[in-house]
Ligand binder design. Structure first.
Ligand SMILES: Nc1ncnc2c1ncn2[C@@H]1O[C@H](COP(=O)(O)OP(=O)(O)O)[C@@H](O)[C@H]1O
Ligand SMILES: [Mg+2]
Length: 360
């Protein structure tokens, strides 16, 4: 197993920005994900690791070895693309064997390795099928086998699930995760889908406009986002603006509206947020951190009275959009379909102190 280091790597395309100053160390055996909206530079960064692009600036290391200017075929990486990039007129076997034939391996060895790779992705017995006789999910598994059969040091996956329908996407996601754990291979995964990133990754690098926003474990990114962009891109969040009224004993009182005052913990602040009395701050509160209170609890700390604008039952949860004076509130209650409130009903919410996170 080897790690990958991007040492202040940038890529410019003429005047266009590409990516800027990406600085990260991916550990041996890690499942590491580049996450961000379309155009933020995920593919560009991955292609530099594969050697399909060379950086305009900075260095790329595999372990201790500087590979910055090494051609792709010398790097021993396996790559899976969004559109599979298989040879449609060739069989499953021929597609998987391709990389081994290029490497001039013997017939018996190729047969052994391809058979094993087919087994690994649950395609035993499919060797003689043509690619155009397979479903999308099966095609993606051929692509995965083709990448793995060469026994790469690093597995690179660029949005491998985005052409699959929802059910198959989840199955294949678990399949990729299982393979990665089984093989222990250093894996770099690209996606714009936050739930995919959250569920699969050891760590995630969130990108926007070619610039890294945050690197961390899924729970860190989710619970301690560094800025508004990360807070709203990773899952749903209420982003409320207010003014610090009091700062005492590790507690922060923030005035959101004349009727709503929330108290949070000063330690739950992003590094960019320096709390001080009189200062404007943005609060991030996850919808699932909000609880329903009774009218008698209104006036207690961290409660608010609101009116339901929209309610929906998803099966797993009841989701509300409600209005508390000028404040818009998104709330989510798990498994409470039996007492769902309708439009225009009054509700009372309470926000736990430790679920408030202070942003810039
Ligand atoms: N070959 C290229 N020539 C010019 N601009 C490019 C090229 N590849 C990517 N870009 C630009 O670089 C930025 C990042 O693109 P990309 O890495 O493909 O984003 P993502 O994979 O996150 O959707 C975009 O603005 C894109 O238009
Ligand atoms: Mg891309």
């Amino acid at each position: 197993m080897i790690g990958v280091t991007l040492d202040r790597v940038s890529k410019k395309f003429g005047a266009a920005k590409g990516v800027e100053n990406v600085d990260v160390h991916i550990k041996p055996g890690e499942f590491f994900t580049f996450l961000g909206p379309s155009g933020c530079g995920k593919t560009t960064t991955l292609r530099m690791i594969a050697g399909f692009y060379y950086p305009s600036d900075g260095r790329i290391l595999f372990g201790e070895q500087n590979v910055t200017n090494m051609p792709p075929n010398k790097r021993n990486t396996g790559m899976v693309f969004q559109n599979y990039a298989l040879f449609p007129h060739m069989t499953v076997f021929e597609n998987i064997a391709f990389g081994l034939q290029v490497r001039k391996q013997g017939k018996a060895e190729i047969h052994d390795k391809v058979t094993r790779a087919q087994k690994l992705v649950h395609l035993d017995g499919y060797g003689q099928r043509r690619i155009d006789q397979l479903s999308g999910g099966q095609q993606q598994r051929v692509a995965l086998a083709r990448a793995l059969v060469i026994e790469p040091n690093i597995l690179l996956l660029d949005e491998p699930l985005s052409n699959l329908d929802a059910k198959l996407r989840e199955e294949t996601r678990q399949e990729i995760k299982r393979l990665q754990l089984e093989l222990g291979i250093t894996t770099i995964y690209v996606t714009h889908d936050q739930s995919e990133a959250m569920s699969m990754s050891d760590r995630i690098m969130v990108m926007k406009d070619g610039v890294v926003q945050q690197i961390g474990a899924p729970h860190e990114i989710y619970n301690r986002p560094v800025n508004r962009f990360v807070a709203s891109f990773i899952g749903e969040s209420n982003l409320w603006e207010g003014t610090v009224e009091r700062l005492e004993g590790g507690m922060v009182d923030v005035r959101l509206t004349p009727d709503v005052l929330l108290t949070g913990l000063a330690e739950n602040a992003s590094p960019e947020c320096k709390l001080a009395v009189g200062q404007k701050v943005t609060l991030s509160v996850r919808p699932e951190a909000i609880r329903e209170a009774g009218p008698t609890e209104y006036g207690e700390p961290n409660t608010m009275a609101a009116k339901v604008l929209l309610s929906e039952f998803t099966g797993i949860s009841v989701n509300y959009i409600a209005q508390a004076g000028p404040l818009s509130v998104k709330a989510m209650f798990v498994g409470q379909g039996h007492r769902m409130r309708n439009r225009d009903e009054d509700v009372w919410f309470t926000v736990a102190r430790d679920s408030i996170y202070f942003l810039e």
